[in-house]
Design a protein around this ligand. Structure first.
Ligand SMILES: Cc1cc2nc3c(=O)[nH]c(=O)nc-3n(C[C@H](O)[C@H](O)[C@H](O)COP(=O)(O)OP(=O)(O)OC[C@H]3O[C@@H](n4cnc5c(N)ncnc54)[C@H](O)[C@@H]3O)c2cc1C
Length: 292
């Protein structure tokens, strides 16, 4: 299958890319790793008149940690680089744990963190992880720059808060407080497939071992990542006993998520997986927080 004809531009700086984007507007698409965009173009589900290639802009591919322990990852950083980075393992272990679940090696060699976050596929791992980590996104257009919290960025199916003339520049992940724990898990038909259901979890305990903060975020259960707010309300301020975790997981599956049936799973099976995965990841995250 071949894409519809398009014009191709290859800016070598961010400023040039922003000029291109402002000029071509709705007719343009940004090309990052191409792992989602190119298949949709080949199927002619997407027919941009102009493709603006971000691959020759070195300033978009970087990774740096601040002295306060926060981690900044440029949008054009490939999945594989993120997966293998010592900084990610140290400062954002939830992200490190999640990376091997994304597609296959070949796709991770090319796909980018910014492409995945901007694409906003509700079955993708990274948007859910970004919300669990309280990450923020830096967006730039010719009009200026702004930061958006990951939890406010996703507003619908493949839809974000990003304006047509904005480029996602970087993701910033704040430092993990002491007594933090994390876990990611998903169920997929085969390794490398998109998850039927997945869960990204990060928790923080206070000095008395009570739950001070909990982020339990699901993927593949709705039109965008779903933070389990009712389940979190059950846990906050409490000692995370196995009974309470089980109750929170049940609440998440029955009240927080509202999955749909498709060829991969029924609604009931997705709810069942949501409860099992919530229980599993919360248990692991709290155990880790207790032992840290
Ligand atoms: C067979 C297969 C299996 C896959 N399995 C998984 C999986 O299990 N989990 C998963 O999460 N993903 C999976 N993917 C998708 C993969 O992770 C993609 O790399 C990712 O979704 C998109 O990243 P990309 O860099 O390739 O972006 P592209 O495909 O180049 O772009 C995707 C979209 O984001 C926009 N965009 C890209 N960069 C920016 C930016 N900096 N600012 C603003 N907009 C931007 C583009 O214009 C486009 O609309 C799979 C892909 C394939 C082909």
């Amino acid at each position: 299958m071949k894409p519809a004809p398009f014009q191709y531009v290859s800016p070598t700086s961010l400023e040039e890319a922003l000029v291109n984007l402002a000029e071509y507007g709705y007719d343009a698409k940004l090309l990052a790793g191409g792992q989602s965009l190119v298949p949709t173009m080949n199927f002619r589900l997407s027919q941009p008149g102009v493709l603006i290639d971000l691959n020759n802009i070195p300033e978009l591919a970087f990774m740096k940690s601040d002295s306060d322990g926060s981690l900044h990852i440029g949008a054009m950083t490939r999945h594989r680089i993120v997966e293998n980075a010592a900084e990610v393992a140290q400062y954002a272990p939830l992200l490190h744990e999640t990376m091997p679940h994304i597609a296959h090696h070949q796709i991770r060699n090319r796909g980018t963190i910014g492409g995945s976050l901007a694409h906003a596929d509700p079955s993708a791992e990274l948007p859910a992880v970004a919300i669990a980590l309280e990450a923020r996104f830096r967006l730039r257009s010719q009009r200026g720059e702004r930061w958006v919290a990951a939890r406010d960025f996703y507003i619908g199916l493949f839809t974000t808060d990003m304006a047509i003339d904005e480029i996602l520049i970087e993701v910033a992940i704040p430092p993990m407080p002491p007594r933090s724990g994390w876990a990611f898990d998903e169920v997929a038909r085969r390794p490398g497939d998109y998850a039927i259901v997945g869960t990204a979890t990060q928790v923080v305990l206070d000095g008395a071992g009570r739950c001070e903060k909990v982020h339990l975020v699901f993927l593949s259960v709705g039109e965008m990542p779903v933070p389990a707010k009712q389940a979190a309300a059950k846990l906050l301020g409490q000692l995370p006993t196995p009974e309470l975790i089980a109750e929170a997981a049940k609440t998440a599956a029955s009240q927080d998520v509202d999955p749909v049936a498709d060829i991969h799973a029924s609604r009931a099976f997705r709810r069942h997986l949501a409860e099992v995965l919530a229980n599993r990841t919360l248990t692991r995250a709290f155990e880790q927080a207790l032992s840290s």
